[in-house]
Design a protein around this ligand. Structure first.
Ligand code: AMP
Length: 213
């Protein structure tokens, strides 16, 4: 049976990364977050990283021309071919969805995490990044260990006005994504505790028989 191919979409702070971690604990599938990939490029100050940072620090989307080739390249690698992928944060535009289709990359399911704007703002306010490991914590929902706590920082794109802007950016392209994956769409209520979000995902994906988990 071919491995699971899943897209995890949702506004910033909807818990895409956390859901992916939970799915990964139960399966062998590869978690590929474009936000994480880009942050590594920024940290290493590569050409791509330098260009991407200009957009990321403002909460804007990195242009398709910069990101699509990087993702298509990664999707061709052996681990993903064998174990499948949880594609977290990509595609984010109709152009990116189109590029995946053109490259012949097919998916079983597109999970769409739905959360109210009020909750999104609360979540981002407590989110912290460990600059050493790249791990994302939340002061209330997933606090960092005491030895990590002193070094955690607020991600530049989690500042309230940037978060608001990022939510608007997501809302603008959401319809393009929904249209591109109408046939495999799996909306999940992500305005509930992490464990419940995961349970709803498992229940709904089994019911739809779209997931091969
Ligand atoms: P994330 O960690 O998924 O919230 O992504 C952080 C930032 O990386 C976003 O605000 C964008 O600037 C950039 N980024 C991540 N994924 C994409 C994408 N698919 N297209 C464009 N920009 C992206």
């Amino acid at each position: 049976m071919p491995p699971p191919m899943m897209i995890i979409a949702g506004p910033p702070g909807s818990g895409k990364g956390t859901l992916c971690e939970n799915i990964q604990r139960a399966t062998n599938v590869v978690h590929l977050s474009t936000g994480d990939l880009l942050r590594v490029e920024v940290k290493q100050a590569t050409e791509l990283g330098k260009k991407a940072e200009e957009f990321m620090s403002k909460g804007k989307l990195v242009p398709d021309a910069l990101i699509i080739a990087m993702v298509l390249q990664r999707l061709k690698q052996k681990d993903i071919k064998e174990r499948g992928v949880l594609l977290d944060g990509f595609p984010r535009t109709g152009g990116q969805a189109e590029a995946l289709k053109k490259a012949g990359v097919k998916f079983d399911v597109m999970v769409l995490l739905e959360v109210s704007e009020k909750s999104l703002m609360e979540r981002s306010a407590g989110r912290r990044l460990d600059p050493q490991t790249g791990t994302i914590y939340h002061l209330k929902f997933n606090p960092p260990p005491s030895d990590v706590l002193p070094r955690v920082v607020i991600r530049p794109d989690d500042q309230p006005e940037k978060q608001k802007f990022r939510i608007e950016v997501f809302n603008k392209t959401k319809a393009e994504l929904v249209a591109a994956y109408q046939d495999i769409l799996l909306p999940i209520n992500a305005d509930q505790p992490i464990q419940r979000v995961y349970e709803e995902f498992v229940r709904k994906s089994m019911a739809k028989k779209q997931s091969k988990l």
